[in-house]
Design a protein around this ligand. Structure first.
Ligand code: NAD
Ligand code: ZN
Length: 352
């Protein structure tokens, strides 16, 4: 495929910060991309040269036990060496070692099942957000099993959290609260997803604060759209063949478990590379919580999300703040990672 657009994702920051095991120097990052089919292999029936396609970030076979159940993020055949994670473009050898789409060209394996031809009335900027950020936010809300009128708290006002908040309304939430510490992102979330916002720098005790906001019950549903947070110096470890795995923390996950009401649901889409031994699992048990988590199964959500976009219920491309030539990718990572220049979502444009 000749890449037309690729995005930088919060997941790429885990690689960038050295939080993902088995990230090898020389691998090409990028799991959110659209492009033009340039060449097809002999096994490909469903695409032709010249098609404009969006490619879900999961690489999946479409035929195994998991794919039959639409758990494409857990496909058994494309990353057979790893017991836990399915294969993901440009996401370390832990996720299969496939090269990604922050490039001019990318090889798309299993091309009969993954790529979706972009409908003519879907804008290219919306299409690239359908490869991950929007379906992941949507699945985060779906895994929360939101009931009519529920109070939903979303941790993280990045693209995934913002789309989770927007999706929560589509699923019947009565109240949506988004938590972050970056003011411009909270302000964007407040306008775009019509939610209440909390800056965690202003809150000494998150669980207590959410309780106060909810008649002392706690939220019905909490969503972790943050994942592992880097601590320590990151890029210094980029030497030799592997990046060293850094220490990380899991604050948002603690807050999600502690802020939800008894019997509530916690939905985790934030990605955790390292193992955490201090997750408050005792609190989760005592409160009778339901915890759900997964890599999003992008393809499963596409028909419904395309319908939402066509009907004008959601405008994904509104979150794009930066459009950068691929050659400037290093600066673009720095700006996105450091939350500079009001950056929410960056699209990289290859030179052709
Ligand atoms: P992002 O980095 O743009 O956004 C994360 C936001 O969380 C930032 O705005 C940051 O300020 C905020 N934050 C940091 N610590 C926080 C805390 N303790 N409480 C509340 N907010 C906090 O990333 P994104 O692209 O929105 O992705 C969010 C997460 O979702 C990442 O972990 C990413 O890896 C993950 N992800 C998962 C899947 C999946 O399929 N499960 C897919 C895509 C992304
Ligand atoms: Zn992503």
């Amino acid at each position: 495929m000749r890449v037309t657009r690729s995005c930088i994702c919060g997941s790429d920051l885990h690689l960038y910060h050295g939080l993902m095991p088995d990230t090898r120097v020389g691998s090409t990052f990028g799991h959110e991309f659209t492009g033009t089919v340039e060449e097809i292999g002999p096994g490909v029936q469903s695409l032709k040269v010249g098609d404009q396609v969006l490619v879900p970030f999961n690489i999946f076979c479409g035929a195994c036990f998991f794919c039959e159940r639409e758990l494409y993020g857990n496909c058994h055949n494309t990353n057979p060496e790893a017991s836990a994670v399915g294969a993901i473009y440009g996401y370390s050898h832990t996720a299969g070692g496939y090269d990604g789409g922050q490039a001019e060209f990318v090889r798309v394996p299993m091309a009969d099942v993954g790529p979706t031809v972009i409908p003519p009335d879907i804008h290219g900027d919306d299409a690239v957000l359908l490869t991950d950020a929007l379906p992941t936010g949507y699945q985060a809300a779906e895994m929360g099993d939101i009931q009519e009128g529920d109070t939903v708290v979303v941790f993280g006002a990045g693209p995934v959290g913002i789309f989770a908040a927007k999706s929560a309304w589509l699923m019947g939430a009565g109240r949506v609260i988004v938590v972050d510490h970056v003011d411009y992102r909270l302000e964007f979330a407040r306008r775009y997803a019509q939610c209440e916002v909390v800056n965690f720098k202003d809150v000494p005790d998150m669980a207590l604060h959410i309780k106060k906001m909810t008649d002392w019950l706690g939220a019905d549903v909490c969503i972790d759209a943050v994942g592992c947070e880097a601590s320590g110096s990151a890029m210094q470890s980029l030497a030799g063949r592997y990046m060293m795995v850094q220490a990380g923390s899991a604050t948002a996950l603690h807050w999600a478990i502690n802020s939800v009401r008894k019997g509530g649901n916690v939905s985790i889409v934030g990605v955790y590379g390292p193992t955490f031994n201090a997750v408050p699992i005792g609190n989760a048990l005592n409160k009778g919580l339901t915890l759900r988590m997964n890599q999003a199964s992008v393809k499963r959500h596409l028909p419904r999300l395309i319908e939402h976009i066509q009907a004008g219920r959601i405008d994904p491309k509104a979150i794009i703040t930066h459009r950068v030539p691929l050659e400037e990718v290093a600066d673009a990572y720095h700006i996105f990672s450091s939350k500079l220049d009001d950056c929410i979502k960056t699209i990289l444009i290859p030179p052709h």
